[in-house]
Write a protein of this length. Sequence first.
Length: 101
Amino acid sequence: MVSGLAYIERVRMLPASLTVTLAAEPDNRYFPHAIAVLANGEKIGYVAPEIAGRYFEPLKTRETQTDPVTCPAGHASTSVHATSGVEMLLDFSALPVAAEE
């Protein structure tokens, strides 16, 4: 997960591991496959665009059929953040993935 400056303080105040909620944002004007990441009901960032495309449609469909979509998350190490800008690592292993074209 990547966080802009608007969310960085919220992310840094979160526990080392937690469960986050994922929310598709089909009307996002910057990225049509945007997936917001929320903790305690507050947006803390977005799934990286290069990953979001594979999860957006299944997530959007699942959101309308069931309870909110959640996944485990934890703070990225300092070295991961320094090389990629990633603030939190999300465990998508239980989420559906769109078929590759």
